[in-house]
Design a protein around this ligand. Structure first.
Ligand code: PLP
Length: 324
């Protein structure tokens, strides 16, 4: 039996439970909580799971998004740009966080949207537009060229001074911000046998892999296919690097009945924790499968909650698992 919300074998002492870091806008609290996976009720499971609640950081850019944008935003301000542009899909967590942050800094957000911008905007694009973002549609083929795309040229012709953030807030500055994040989290953590991060562009995973205190890292890609290997080159401090692709639910952005059932069960077991449908939900699902199959050999596992809850707005209502 597992008691709800019991904190066994805490990775950090109670005194450290609320690690305090000061940010310009206030206090950032660090939360690590224990998580109960459905598979743990099955047999005599001795594994322990914890989650770093990145979703509770930075209301306007939760999870990894603030960290990926941080150095880009500093660069844009320092170099006195008036407008900041990026690329993203119509439901993108990155776009949501990007627009919020750029507006907070008093700059103009420009978003190149993958595919046409439909008359009926997605909820993510609706909030972007009502926050004052300029949306540029793009054809998928051109979109893929990223900073070398025609649509980028078009934007640069319309606006004089545009700072470009690569898709998903990636690039060297994105990795650096994620490394800072990993350094902060890992300075508070002892006794973990495996750190688990969800991955899209791989920027966050690369940042974690670059943190010297991370010795064992498992990366769960939200994309299907074996070519999603992300972390290169492998650093000497990294003793274990596991990489998994999205092999259960049909690929990026796809929901399945199994995933929905899992998320509902997770919510029953962990009523204070919500997961997102694209990244963290699928990561925990996969680890739950490994535990069921008896092939998760790590004693203390720490999941990084990378946020993304706004992504639920892009899902049909019948997939929403968090009704009372
Ligand atoms: C964007 C996002 C990711 C992927 O981050 P990358 O740095 O692109 O790999 C993971 N989890 C969540 C919740 C996200 O929103």
């Amino acid at each position: 039996m597992h008691e709800k919300n019991a904190h066994h074998n805490l990775l950090l002492s109670w005194a450290e439970f609320v690690g305090v870091g000061w940010a310009l806008l206030g206090v950032i609290r660090m939360y690590i909580e224990s998580v109960i996976l459905p598979a743990m009720s099955q047999s005599s499971c001795t594994k322990r799971f914890y989650i770093y609640r990145g979703d509770l950081e930075h209301r306007s850019a939760p999870g990894n998004k603030y960290h990926k944008l941080k150095h880009h935003m500093n660069a844009a301000i320092k170099q006195r740009y008036q407008a900041v542009a990026t690329f993203g899909g119509p439901h993108s967590n990155h776009v949501d966080a990007f627009v919020n942050k750029v507006v907070e800094l008093g700059l103009l957000p420009i978003v190149v949207v993958r595919g046409e911008v439909h008359a009926q905007l997605t909820p993510t694009l609706q909030s972007a537009a009502s926050n004052g973002a300029i949306l540029f549609p793009s054809q998928r083929l051109d979109y893929r060229k990223g900073l070398a795309s025609d649509v980028r040229n078009t934007v640069d012709q319309f606006y004089d001074d545009v700072y470009w953030v690569p898709e998903g807030g990636g690039g060297g500055l994105g990795v650096l911000g994620c490394k800072d994040w990993a350094d902060t989290i890992m300075s508070r953590v002892t006794d973990t046998d495996m750190i688990c991060v969800a991955s899209g562009t791989g920027t966050t995973a690369e940042g974690f892999a670059a943190c010297e205190k991370v010795h064992h890292l498992a990366v769960f890609s939200a994309l299907k296919g074996a070519d999603q290997i992300v972390v290169r080159p492998i650093k000497p401090h990294l003793q274990t690097l596991l990489e998994f692709d999205e092999c259960y639910h049909g690929g990026f952005g796809k929901m399945s009945d199994e995933l929905l059932a899992f998320l509902k069960k997770m919510y029953e077991l962990n009523p204070n924790l919500q997961l997102d449908p694209i990244y963290t939900g699928k990561m925990l699902y996969q680890v739950d499968q490994f535990v069921r199959q008896g092939c998760w050999e790590y004693g203390n596992t720490l999941f990084i909650h990378s946020g993304g809850l706004q992504g639920w707005r892009g899902m049909p209502a019948y997939y929403y698992p968090y009704h009372e």
